[in-house]
Design a protein around this ligand. Structure first.
Ligand SMILES: C[S@@+](CC[C@H](N)C(=O)[O-])C[C@H]1O[C@@H](n2cnc3c(N)ncnc32)[C@H](O)[C@@H]1O
Length: 215
């Protein structure tokens, strides 16, 4: 996934993020040039080797980047400390994707968003059958990449609701089916304002991020 902007996908996803942001599965930092309103970026990537491939990109980035060598299943950040979480083609390879999504819900502020593009199970029944058949084998030599995860269900079942969700086949790649959108944490308490009503809280976060502070 080292394409510069992947047909505008990276600029769309990273361009939506603002404030203090966590990117899971940061890889070699291909999204870095597309962050426009990000005050600070936490770059979470379990593979130091992959992260190091992007060292020059990090060094020349226009924003401060702090690296966590960690899995998204165990995010080393306090509860409700991050404005947005970004993920580009990562949920396919995390061993326990639901555990990671619950961690994302934990560290997001109530006004926070999970902004993602992922690939997963196709809506074409025949191709979905092929995806399910070959994934146990192909995942062994593609860094645990699963072709057959139903990404929207995983996100919804981990406590999120969608602000937007697009699902579409990738042209010319019948085994690749895209899920792209923005999800917010379903609030367990009465303050279930629509996401857009949290504008002041987000503006405050941009002025002076205070980690560990419950929003
Ligand atoms: C297909 S690459 C995408 C990299 C990057 N997001 C991009 O768009 O270029 C998948 C990335 O997920 C990372 N990854 C694998 N398991 C992970 C985990 N448990 N937690 C977080 N990231 C993980 C891999 O190391 C790899 O960098």
């Amino acid at each position: 996934m080292g394409c510069p902007d992947c047909n505008g996908t990276r600029s769309d996803i990273a361009g939506k993020a603002s404030g203090v942001v966590l990117e899971i599965g940061f890889g070699s930092g291909y999204n870095l040039p597309f962050y426009k309103n990000v005050k600070k970026l936490y770059a979470l990537e379990p593979s130091q080797e992959i992260y190091d491939l992007g060292k020059d990109r990090v060094a020349s980035a226009a924003l401060p980047v702090e690296y966590f060598k960690s899995s998204a299943e165990d995010i080393p950040l306090p509860d409700h400390s991050v404005d947005d979480v970004v993920s580009t083609w990562v949920l396919c390879s995390i061993p326990d994707a639901k555990k990671a999504l619950k961690e994302i819900a934990r560290i997001l502020k109530p006004s926070g968003r999970f902004i993602f593009v992922e690939h997963g199970l196709t809506q074409n029944r025949f191709m979905a059958m092929i995806q399910r058949l070959i994934t146990p084998v192909t995942s062994k030599f593609t860094g645990n990449c699963h072709l057959d995860r139903k990404i929207d269900d995983l996100i919804a079942e981990s406590g999120f609701r969608f602000e937007s969700l697009e699902k579409f086949p990738e042209s010319g790649r019948p085994l690749m089916f895209s899920y792209r959108g923005v999800a917010v944490v379903r609030l367990p308490y009465s303050d279930d304002r629509p996401h857009g009503d949290h504008g002041d809280e987000r503006a405050g976060a941009l002025e002076e991020p205070e980690l560990g502070r419950a929003a």
